[in-house]
Design a protein around this ligand. Structure first.
Ligand SMILES: [Zn+2]
Length: 405
């Protein structure tokens, strides 16, 4: 099946053709390693000589190394290729309460991780992240560091990379990118947390064959990352996906964005805590994890608060379903640890809003590393191309999409 994205079709100069072929080969090695040159040629449809040329170059640039030597039943032994695990990516996930810094190899395996309280001020945040990153680099002197990927609960202006909207973080406009680049000497890629989770699904998850997917991140607020026609949607000022700040009840509680009754005021972790506190005497240092634990232990008020949150989450997802018709909605957040509690309520609410056909599949993201994994992909896509899901079905020649999403 040939997939062409007409909005991003480029005329293939010999240079773009070379870039496409390189990206195709690199992605095939990534997905199918260890793989022989012969298999690369067979699967990609490229000439053996082209594959050899490209792989030599990738080996020279130390993206690819010789893997284990495979044994064929008869004849010669092919030499297998795999990605060079000495190539590493540094990542940070900034959340309102806590920031995590981690080190991963080129296959998205995490080698080290550290967390600290997120400072109230952006400059201090940048300083702390840079310091932890320098520590990680020092502790792993043999690795080649490719760059830094950062996910944050907000939006930044694509042109200037300045953070322009991060109501839950409360950081003022600040040039996070330049500040961390100066302090570490590495290139920094920023991404909205929900968009990073989309990348995590596309690169490392099972979403390789899904063309229309929405990731909903549920934490202090609600964010969405929109992946349509196999592309991440950014919109004007990079603001696409702020469904969390669509008002569902103008008489509702005040939101951090300044609006009233936004979706996230009803469907976020914070909302569940508010529902719980409304139904009993206020307790002081009580967080969402405590609420989950309490509900699990059979506390009816806690379970009721979570159910109310789940209902609001599902009701809001009707907006996504009606407006964008995704095949799949992937939920990221602490609530997925009790999916048996949240999933059925969300599904019922969504199903009640179906306009035609089947409701989208709704599933929790795998593991709790989506934001960090997506930040790894953020850096990798500079080298592998935006479309990481290269496979024989998609390698269709020079018109393959090239967009850096
Ligand atoms: Zn809002």
């Amino acid at each position: 099946m040939r997939r062409i994205d007409f909005t991003n079709t480029q005329v293939a100069s010999s240079e773009t053709a070379r870039d496409i072929n390189r990206s195709v080969v690199l992605n095939l090695i990534r997905r199918r390693q260890p793989i022989s040159r012969a298999d690369l040629a067979r699967v990609s449809g490229l000439q053996r000589s082209t594959v050899s040329l490209i792989t030599e170059q990738l080996i020279e640039e130390s993206w690819v190394v010789y893997g284990p030597t495979g044994r064929l039943p008869r004849g010669r032994r092919p030499t297998y290729l795999r990605l060079n695990e000495q190539r590493a990516i540094l990542v940070a996930d900034i959340r309102p309460a806590q920031t995590t810094v981690a080190l991963a190899d080129v296959n998205g395996r995490f080698l080290a991780q550290a967390a600290f309280l997120t400072p109230a001020d952006a400059a201090a945040g940048a300083q702390n992240i840079s310091a932890r990153i320098r520590e990680l680099m020092k502790a792993h002197p043999k690795l080649v560091f490719e760059g830094i990927g950062i996910s944050l609960p907000g939006r930044f202006e694509p042109a200037t990379k300045r953070v322009i909207f991060a109501p839950n973080l409360k950081w003022r406009q600040f040039d996070l990118k330049t500040s961390i680049e100066k302090a570490t000497g590495l290139r920094v890629e920023l991404e909205n947390a929900a968009n990073a989770c989309v990348l995590a699904e596309v690169w490392f998850g099972h979403a390789e064959n899904v063309r229309d997917m929405i990731v909903v991140t549920v934490s202090e607020g609600i964010g969405t990352g929109i992946f349509l026609n196999g592309q991440l949607m950014r919109g004007s000022h990079g603001m696409a996906g702020e469904f969390g700040h669509v008002s569902m009840d103008p008489a509702g509680p005040k939101c951090t964005c300044g609006g009233l009754g936004c979706w996230e005021v009803f469907g976020s972790n914070r909302a569940a805590l508010r529902y719980y506190h409304d139904s009993r005497a206020n307790s002081d240092d009580f967080n969402f994890q405590d609420l989950l634990t309490l509900a699990n232990a059979g506390d009816a008020l806690a379970a009721g608060a979570l159910e109310k949150m789940a209902r609001a989450l599902g009701r809001g997802m009707r907006m996504l379903m009606a407006g964008l018709a995704p095949e799949e909605i992937v939920v990221v957040g602490e609530c997925t640890t009790q999916w048996q509690r949240f999933g059925p309520v969300i599904e019922t609410e969504v199903a009640a809003g179906v306009l035609f056909g089947q409701p989208p599949r709704i599933r929790p993201a795998e593991g709790n590393m989506a934001r960090l994994r997506g930040s790894v992909a953020l850096v990798l896509q500079n080298h592998f191309g935006a479309s990481a899901n290269a496979d024989e079905a998609e390698i269709a020649g020079p018109a393959r999409k090239l967009a850096r999403s």
